[in-house]
Design a binder for this molecule. Structure first.
Ligand SMILES: Nc1ncnc2c1ncn2[C@@H]1O[C@H](COP(=O)(O)OP(=O)(O)OP(=O)(O)O)[C@@H](O)[C@H]1O
Ligand SMILES: [Mg+2]
Length: 424
């Protein structure tokens, strides 16, 4: 399973420079855990952090210009940290599987003199097999859409940071062009190089990385979307808004009846009355999602069900997806849920995230101490706004006292509730 070990964001809204977990140049820092939760007051940047993942996924799917405009982001200048003049930058540090050598991806996005966003720089690097020390080797270097990529699993080039951006470097790469090296010239400055080059078989590492980001799942679930009437037809995965909930039920009923029964049992334990969920096809080919309640003769349809019921059901379906995404991001999963469900839900997320095979890494933002009660200090990151107006982040486990108290049985959420995490 591919895992994200660290993530750095620069010049993205309130996130002027924020790092979570390990990076290629921060090897001493502990990597992200299978489950990560970000907490903090209003306006500190939780949504911005969630959106940084969303922005990167959107940029890969379409291009950086579209990513700046969609989902109400409002364009490059609105997104970029106020007062900053440098590019928006993301660093992703990840492993394709448990014992793979980690890979670093770096991207910088700037705007031209007409304000149009474009990809200024892209870089992928990895150490060679058996390489203990020294810098990792770059296997993709693009500056303004031109540069080089190294084929296969091993090749690459060690580059002195000083010369990274210079024309000299690119000339050197081109002169060195060989069986392993390929000069790259992209014709659309808004498209990510990994999107184009990652489609080529001779670049397996770039393809794997592209697929890793492509498969991130960001939940934009709304109960109303789950109430829509999709056309019938089984679908494997819940989409990001959740408007194909019925289609996923059709798929699970047919292909994974045992898993589906397990979901029904879980939902019956959590929400009074529900004992069966199934689908019904209308005569015009649409799909109705039916909830059967023991106390009533006729079923209720999704359109009549409560927001919280639909939400819990959608989460349970996500967690039982037989081929889950590598990363699952959910903003404030607690909204609309009964407070006593939250610890159970947090535990279910963790069970899913730590599954030996077939789980997703989980990234959550939350306001809910009950949810945080189920978490360990190294899973919790505290965002706050500094006096300069920019976000700062720290890991709850950086405070030895917090670790001690949690070890002695004080739940993390209650420490937070009693303002223990406020900057002192
Ligand atoms: N371009 C920008 N540069 C600097 N700061 C910005 C920029 N755009 C927005 N902000 C600040 O970032 C904040 C947005 O943060 P965000 O929405 O991520 O907060 P949040 O932690 O999700 O809060 P909530 O708990 O209310 O959802 C805004 O309130 C604003 O102060
Ligand atoms: Mg928010």
């Amino acid at each position: 399973m591919a895992t994200l070990e660290g993530f750095r964001v620069r010049n993205f809204g309130v996130l002027k420079d924020v790092t979570l977990g390990r990076l290629w140049d921060r090897q001493k820092t502990e990597a992200l855990t299978p489950m990560t939760a970000v907490i903090g007051k209003n306006g500190v940047g939780k949504s911005a952090l969630f959106d940084a993942f969303g922005f990167l996924a959107d940029a890969l799917k379409s291009d950086v210009e579209e990513a700046c405009d969609v989902r109400g982001r409002g364009g490059f200048e609105r997104i970029r940290t106020q007062g900053a003049t440098g590019p928006i930058e993301f660093d992703v540090y990840y492993r394709e599987h448990g014992n793979a050598r980690p890979i670093t991806y770096q991207i910088a996005i700037a705007a031209d003199k007409f304000g149009r966003p474009y990809v200024l720089r892209e870089r992928l690097r990895q150490k060679r097999k058996g390489q203990k020390s020294g810098q990792p080797f770059s296997f993709l270097i693009l500056n303004n859409g031109s540069g080089a990529a190294w084929k296969g699993e091993q090749a690459g080039h060690q580059i002195d940071e000083e010369t990274e951006d210079s024309q000299l470097l690119l000339e050197f790469i081109k002169a060195e062009e060989s069986r392993e090296t390929e000069a790259i010239e992209l014709n659309d400055p808004r498209k990510l190089g990994i999107a184009t080059i990652g489609a080529l078989k001779q670049h397996p590492r770039i393809s794997d990385f592209r697929r890793f980001i492509e498969r991130w799942y960001l939940s934009y679930f709304t109960p109303n979307a789950a109430r829509s009437l999709p056309l019938a037809g089984p679908q494997k995965h819940l989409n990001s808004h959740g408007d194909n909930l019925g289609n996923v039920v059709q798929f699970m009923e047919r292909e994974h009846p045992r898993r589906f029964q397990a979901i029904l049992k879980k939902i019956a334990d959590k929400i009074p009355g529900i004992d069966q969920i199934d689908t019904e096809k209308t005569s015009d080919g649409r799909l109705l999602l039916r909830f059967n309640d023991k106390s009533f003769q006729d079923p209720f349809y999704a359109q009549q069900m409560s927001d919280g019921t639909l939400k819990v059901f959608a989460y349970l379906l996500l967690l039982e997806d037989p081929t889950p995404p590598p990363l699952l991001c959910i903003e404030e999963p607690e909204n609309g849920l009964y407070h006593k469900l939250l610890e159970t839900l947090a535990n279910e997320f963790r069970v899913h995230a730590t599954r030996y095979r077939g789980g997703s890494q989980v990234f959550i933002t939350t306001h809910q101490p009950y949810f945080v009660n189920a978490l360990e200090p190294k899973e919790v990151w505290i965002l706050e706004k500094g006096t300069d107006g920019f976000a700062r982040i720290r890991r709850a486990s950086e405070d030895a006292l917090v670790n001690n108290m949690v070890e002695e049985g004080v739940p993390l959420g209650s420490l937070w509730y009693s303002d223990y995490f406020d900057s002192r």
